[in-house]
Ligand binder design. Structure first.
Ligand SMILES: NC(=O)c1ccc[n+]([C@@H]2O[C@H](COP(=O)([O-])OP(=O)(O)OC[C@H]3O[C@@H](n4cnc5c(N)ncnc54)[C@H](OP(=O)(O)O)[C@@H]3O)[C@@H](O)[C@H]2O)c1
Length: 427
């Protein structure tokens, strides 16, 4: 960035650029207290916090939060102080929605990391931001530590995507990575994630795929696929993935990752959220632990963004860059300012990874014949013989979910083999 200096006559008020940014903080939990702490030292411009909205003003705050922060339960009082910017890190939809809308109506720029808010009513808030001409920035809502949404908002040709595939939930990726590397079952890996502070005491949003689905909805709107709701998506959690699946997947040439996927179709968008077999040669196969990644298909090739997807410091750092951008008038107009039409979401036809277990399984060609009778063709198979159970892993050619479900019901009726299936990505 170039810096231009201008001689000013004595006696004029300092330009806005040189005075501290007045920031109202909505929420002072994990992320909010990191924003407060870093704003004292790490922001590109001095920041003064005019107050912080919390549920329990009397509760002791993390040592990192500045000691003199003023806490309140009254959001309107904070907005009445006419801050230059509002940072929303409350989580969930209300009261965030009402306060963010109020701020935008008052002409106050908003920075948020709240994907639940954006997934539920991002369209309405984008409309308010566009009508009032006030920035609404949300870089930290997806891949919180990897700034790419703003960069691509300035690059409309590069951002004309046909497809996006990614790992956007660090907790699920940590759990599946532990199961793959250490042979743990899902419950043990979740317990370890909670002990390390990588999973919430109530982990449902992460392990049941809701957090990833909300991020996919934010991405669909940002990259102009259109507006959709979490309810439109096929969402599968990771709870039913077993340690055995990683051994079978490895024999079939893949790993299992918590995936989001969307691609444009003639009717709208084909999308799903859930654990999937990822071929070892796929760039997502090497994204392990809490890291996140997104592969974006452009007209000229694939872009790959990866790095920390969460964590208070990574998230707060991204938020503070958004704060400076929001008050400097340099935010690209199409971030949060563009209303999108509603898009139809369908579940795609993909390959499938299938696990079968029984005390004795039929021969491979009997399984292939039954699947063939349902129009399902096998790519590869793997077998494992345990002390008292036999297991098989199947990798199929692409087919619709209804077709694989009918075939698996027939397999189970014939051989009581407890079939379990997840989607498989192409390499
Ligand atoms: N944690 C991460 O690494 C991460 C990464 C990216 C994005 N995010 C997003 O950032 C947001 C905040 O996450 P977090 O982990 O910081 O959550 P958190 O630790 O639960 O903090 C939430 C804060 O909001 C306050 N709050 C919640 N509901 C309120 C209400 N109705 N009225 C007033 N105050 C209320 C809470 O007040 P009390 O303290 O008094 O309870 C608390 O200070 C979420 O949208 C999350 O998805 C988080």
């Amino acid at each position: 960035m170039s810096i231009v200096t201008v001689d000013r006559p004595r006696g004029l008020a300092p330009p806005v650029e040189s005075r501290p940014i007045d920031m109202a903080l909505l929420g002072c939990g994990s992320v909010g207290s990191a924003v407060a702490a870093l704003s004292a030292t790490a922001a590109a411009r001095p920041i003064r916090i005019v107050g912080a909205l919390v549920r329990h003003p009397e509760r002791p705050r993390p040592a990192a939060a500045p000691a003199r922060l003023q806490f309140t339960r009254a959001a309107a009082t904070l907005l009445d102080r006419r801050p230059d910017v509002v940072v929303e890190v409350l989580g969930s939809v209300e009261p965030a929605r009402t306060i963010v809308r109020d701020a935008l109506e008052r002409g106050i720029p908003v920075v948020t990391a709240n994907k639940s808010l954006l997934a539920a009513c991002g369209d309405e808030l984008a409309e308010t931001a566009a009508r009032t001409g006030v920035p609404l920035l949300y870089e930290a809502s997806v891949l919180a530590g990897v700034p790419f949404l703003g960069a691509l908002a300035r690059r409309p040709h590069a951002a004309a995507l046909s497809r996006l595939t990614g790992i956007v939930n660090g907790t699920s990726n940590f759990i599946l990575s532990r199961m793959a590397a250490d042979g743990e079952e899902a419950d043990a890996a979740l317990g370890e994630a909670q002990r390390r502070g990588l999973a919430e005491p109530d982990p449902r949003s992460d392990v049941d795929g809701i957090d990833a689905a909300e991020k996919l909805i934010v991405l669909l709107r940002h990259f102009a696929f259109g507006n959709a709701s979490v309810r439109d998506l096929e969402i599968t959690g990771i709870r039913r993935v077993q340690r055995l699946d990683f051994a079978l997947a490895a024999e079939l040439g893949g790993d299992i990752k918590p995936v989001i996927s969307a691609r444009r179709s003639d009717a709208g968008v084909d999308a799903f959220v859930g654990p999937a077999l990822v071929p070892q040669a796929h760039p997502l196969a090497r994204i392990a632990g809490v890291d996140n990644a997104l592969q974006l298909r452009t007209a000229y090739g694939d872009l790959m963004y990866s790095g920390p997807g969460a964590g208070p410091v990574a998230t707060a750092t991204t938020i503070l860059d958004d704060v400076v951008e929001a008050v400097s008038g340099t935010a690209p107009a199409n971030i949060g300012g563009m209303r999108r039409g509603t898009v139809r979401i369908d579940a795609p036809a993909t390959g499938w990874f299938v696990r079968l277990t029984a005390s004795a399984l039929p021969a491979g060609d009997e399984i292939a014949d039954l699947l063939g009778a349902h129009g399902i063709w096998l790519r590869r198979t793997a077998e494992r013989q345990g002390a008292d159970r036999a297991a098989a892993g199947l990798l199929t050619h692409p087919c619709a979910r209804e077709r694989i479900e009918r075939a698996l019901a027939a397999l189970d009726a014939a051989w009581r083999c407890e079939p379990f299936a997840i989607r498989a990505l192409e390499s």
